[in-house]
Design a protein around this ligand. Structure first.
Ligand code: BDR
Ligand code: CA
Length: 315
């Protein structure tokens, strides 16, 4: 997993670490919801909290190039803590430490040495993944699938056009989207159909495991923030975006996808960072072949059921 932990990344990490269907080999961190050092500390806090032994590798502290054009992006997108994530997660300070090698180095080494059977699950800006691909394109032969949380077709959350993970580093997203490997893109359209409610939080607290109680606490923070700033259809609910991508690895039917051409806008004044999804293929000019399985819908009941089940596990 590649993460920018973050409240929903935290829940996603716990799900991946505790699911019997996933062997979580390592976690790389990237600048996004928080500066990368804080994302790393938060990631270590989460793995310590559930007692899982997964190596954590720190990655890029800035997007590839998006901050170089004056006025285009702030240097650290989340220098002000957001209401949805805050900066440091409300967990004890980490006692474990990050690894010495960088995220891109570890991704390259791990993929080159692999049998080509390791899924890559980025749920933050795609800077580390693009770095690794640019540095060692041969890793592409060894990546069976990339399952990304990012982008949106009818839904945006950062500008009127763009989703946060893609908006932070559009050039990196463009490298990844055009890498030629199978990609599933779990968009905001899908994650906004897979909400946790206050009832979900109550059920998690009832389960009572460290992961479930922690997920409930983070979900409650998210619900309060979403109710205020980005209300969903019903009051008292919020998406847990990144966890849906993890569930899609375990049970692909938790999302429904269309196969379409996807690219990323990197120059638009109003549309910087938009995932441009060629869904309506009725015209015939300038059409490019499909490259991404785009998740536009989700099965909320199945998602919540899976999460309650997985988070009831302990190490
Ligand atoms: C994505 O942006 C981040 O804030 C979340 O962690 C998620 O990965 C949703 O747009
Ligand atoms: Ca994230």
């Amino acid at each position: 997993m590649d993460v920018d932990t973050g409240t929903d990344d935290a829940v996603a990490i716990m799900a991946a670490a505790l699911s019997p269907d996933i062997e979580l080999l390592g976690i790389t961190t990237v600048n996004g919801n928080c500066p990368v050092e804080i994302c790393t500390e938060n990631t270590l806090r989460v793995v310590d909290h559930i007692g899982v032994n997964v190596p954590v590798y720190q990655g890029c502290s800035l997007p590839l190039s998006a901050t170089l054009t004056p006025g285009r992006k702030p240097n650290i997108p989340s220098i002000e803590p957001s209401k949805i994530h805050g900066h440091y997660l409300d967990l004890p300070a980490a006692s474990s430490a990050k690894q010495d090698v960088t995220a891109a180095e570890w991704l390259i080494r791990t993929y080159l040495e692999s049998d080509g059977d390791i899924s890559l699950v980025p749920v933050g800006p795609l800077t580390n993944v693009a770095m690794a691909i640019r540095q060692a394109p041969k890793i592409l032969d060894k990546i069976p699938e990339i399952v990304i949380m990012g982008g949106g077709h009818h839904v945006a959350n950062c500008t009127s056009s763009a989703e946060f993970n893609i908006w932070v580093d559009p050039e990196a997203a463009r490298v990844v989207m055009n890498c030629g490997r199978p990609i599933r893109l779990v968009t905001l359209d899908a994650t906004h159909e897979a909400l946790f409610t206050m009832e979900t939080c109550d059920a998690l607290k009832e389960i009572g495991t460290p992961a479930a109680v922690c997920a409930a606490a983070f979900a409650e923070v998210r619900i309060a923030a979403y109710d205020k700033a980005q209300p969903m259809g019903s009051v008292g609910s919020a998406p847990i975006h990144d966890a849906l991508a993890v569930c899609a690895i375990i049970k692909p039917e938790v999302v429904s996808t269309v196969y379409a051409h996807v690219d990323v806008e990197t120059t638009g004044e109003l549309t910087d960072g938009r995932t441009v999804v060629d869904i309506d293929r009725s015209g015939d000019r300038g059409r490019r072949p499909a490259n991404v399985h785009v998740a536009l819908h989700a099965d909320e009941g199945l998602f919540v059921e899976m999460m309650l089940d997985i988070l009831s596990n302990e190490m």
